[in-house]
Design a protein around this ligand. Structure first.
Ligand SMILES: CC(C)(COP(=O)(O)OP(=O)(O)OC[C@H]1O[C@@H](n2cnc3c(N)ncnc32)[C@H](O)[C@@H]1OP(=O)(O)O)[C@@H](O)C(=O)NCCC(=O)NCCS
Length: 181
């Protein structure tokens, strides 16, 4: 199922055939070092990626409104990243996040995918507020938050057992934010 599309991207559900594309993201230290609680190690093999993909697809099917969705380039169909829109554990807040194959960094794809997901969040999902939590040293991800005109609320230790920078975007601010980058 397709979740949203932007000028250059389509976000959709995972497919079995996505294992190599997913491995090109989650098999990379440049990506995994920033994700979730310790230990942050890359997925070790394509076979392991297949197993995790099955679990990810199962989770997505159980909660279709939210989740971690891959996005592909409309021009080539290549899977280059994933965007998440999901409840922050043990809260009523919805978190947005982005994971991009390092070969495709620096072209605005993460920001574009996030804008698509925010359109869904403030549109069809009817949310008033979305948050992001980012490692204080994750300069590229902090820059995505700024490009999205998210408001920095300071550091928090409330999530994932980590010290993280907390950002929010409200529906009102999202509507007012400039479209450029
Ligand atoms: C965080 C992450 C997704 C950011 O990727 P990114 O490519 O830097 O971010 P974007 O896709 O928004 O691209 C922005 C860059 O593209 C440039 N760009 C080019 N065309 C652009 C466009 N049309 N729109 C926006 N930016 C554009 C920007 O100037 C910026 O360049 P810069 O890095 O030289 O400043 C990526 O580093 C990543 O996957 N990291 C590992 C996972 C991770 O940390 N996730 C977040 C956990 S909180």
């Amino acid at each position: 199922m397709e979740h949203f599309r932007t000028d250059r991207l389509i976000a959709r559900d995972w497919r079995t055939a996505d294992a190599p594309g997913a491995f090109a993201i989650y098999g990379r230290d440049e990506v995994m070092r920033w994700l979730g609680p310790q230990p942050r190690v890359p997925v070790p093999s394509l076979e392991q990626m297949r197993v995790r993909l099955d679990a990810m697809a199962e989770r997505a099917a159980a909660e279709p409104d939210y989740g971690l969705w891959p996005f592909e380039l409309r021009s080539t169909g290549e899977l280059i990243g994933a965007v998440l829109l999901q409840p922050l554990p043990a809260t009523e807040q919805v978190e947005i996040g982005w994971h991009l194959n390092p070969d495709h960094w620096g072209q605005g794809y993460a920001t574009e995918a996030a804008r698509g997901a925010l359109g869904l969040a403030f549109g069809a999902r009817g949310l008033d507020r979305v948050v992001a939590v980012v490692d204080p040293d994750n300069v590229r991800s902090l820059a995505v938050c700024r490009r999205l005109a998210m408001t920095h609320l300071g550091q928090t230790g409330d999530y994932y057992g980590l010290t993280l920078e907390l950002f929010e975007l409200t529906r009102d601010r999202s509507v007012q934010a400039p479209a450029g980058w």
